[in-house]
Design a protein around this ligand. Structure first.
Ligand SMILES: NC(=O)C1=CN([C@@H]2O[C@H](COP(=O)(O)OP(=O)(O)OC[C@H]3O[C@@H](n4cnc5c(N)ncnc54)[C@H](OP(=O)(O)O)[C@@H]3O)[C@@H](O)[C@H]2O)C=CC1
Ligand SMILES: O=C([O-])C1=[NH+]CCC1
Length: 320
């Protein structure tokens, strides 16, 4: 049985490929060419830890796959003496004719990239494509997701200023220094508090486990776009309810969001799926309206990227 490990995935999977795979998956969701249900969550008693299973089927010539991701979120991993990612995953992909397993693909890098790529797809179709300014990007939370969003968004959209805020301030300072050095720039700026980070920002990313709002309505400039990625069990906690009340909300999948975002009154806010905007069946918001993309993460994104990795791996292998 083929196992493709993390370091191989990191070698062969480029951000552009992940972006296209996720963009395709989002489109297919809104065309009804997928099957996926809300993930099952196994909450480990007396801990913050959880294991999720995410089965899905995606019908697409290039990125189609039948697969299942097993993913854990152990938020304290980052605080271990030898820190580990808090989100870890593996993805099984199965032969569509026989149901037999074709490969198990390490899924941690895939999860990291595809989550940021989903935010990037939403940002492209809800914000960038409408000639809106990509001047200041604000990132709240500088863990694994904060870092990949900072790097991928600057790469794809060329933000000249990327502000970084984190609950533990040292971590944001260190990341700003590290990225400025890596890209030989001073674009990455550490922010002392979340309000300063957000005020005047064009695009905002929240990628924390914060159970309390870290974004207030009055800090957000008209027409800004927010990607709310984190807060794990409570997907909508990072944004104050006033933000939702005064913005247009877009999701990756209505079906799975209705289950996992049940605590938020979706009917009041929800415009629809990003896939429908891509497909042209859902209009974009007026220019001055704030938009939110709440990406809760979809099995079919994992299927699409896993399929891409599987194909890339086989191309490389056969060349050798
Ligand atoms: N939507 C999706 O598809 C996905 C969502 N996620 C979610 O994104 C979030 C970030 O994941 P990841 O970057 O991998 O995790 P990390 O463990 O790498 O980072 C966690 C971040 O959350 C911050 N944080 C934790 N608790 C609080 C709090 N009470 N208030 C403010 N900040 C807090 C941490 O700050 P500090 O450094 O101070 O501890 C750190 O910046 C998680 O909620 C995760 O479940 C992850 C993958 C996919
Ligand atoms: O979609 C996903 O893979 C995850 N969502 C939260 C943690 C991992």
């Amino acid at each position: 049985m083929l196992y493709i490990d993390e370091s191989t995935v990191k070698d062969i999977l480029k951000w552009e490929k992940t972006f296209t795979a996720v963009e395709t998956a989002m489109q297919r969701v809104s065309e009804g060419r997928i099957v996926q249900k809300p993930r099952t969550m196994t909450f480990i008693p007396n801990t913050a830890n959880v294991m999720g299973t995410m089965p899905g089927y995606l019908d697409d010539k290039e990125f189609g796959a039948l697969g299942c991701k097993l993913v854990t979120s152990f938020p304290n991993n980052a605080k271990l003496e030898n820190p580990l990612p808090s989100v870890n995953a593996n993805i099984m992909i199965l032969d569509e004719k026989t149901g037999i397993m074709k490969a198990v693909i390490a899924g941690t890098e895939i999860t990291t990239q595809r989550t940021s790529a989903a935010s990037a797809v939403a940002t492209k179709y809800l914000y960038v494509n409408h000639s809106k300014q990509c001047g200041v990007l604000a990132i709240l939370g500088t863990g694994v997701q904060g870092r990949i969003h900072a790097e991928m968004f600057r790469h794809l959209f060329g933000f000249p200023e990327v502000r970084l805020w984190n609950r533990s301030k040292e971590k944001a300072k260190r990341l700003a220094e590290e990225l400025n050095k890596k890209y030989n720039t001073n674009a990455f700026r550490y922010c002392e508090d979340n309000e300063t980070c957000i005020k005047g920002a064009d695009v905002i990313v929240t990628a924390t486990n914060s159970p309390d709002p870290i974004v207030q309505r009055s800090w957000i400039k008209p027409g800004a776009h927010i990607n709310a990625v984190g807060a794990n069990r409570h997907h909508f906690n990072e944004l104050d309810r006033e933000v939702y009340r005064n913005a247009d909300l877009f999701v990756d999948s209505i079906e799975t969001s209705q289950a996992e975002m049940a605590g938020l009154n979706l009917d009041d806010n929800l415009k629809g799926e990003v896939g429908a905007v891509i497909n042209g069946t859902l209009p974009v918001s007026p220019r001055e309206r704030i938009t939110i993309f709440n990406g809760i993460g979809m099995a079919v994104e994992d299927c699409a990227v896993a399929r891409a990795v599987y194909d890339l791996y086989n191309q490389v292998k056969y060349k050798m």
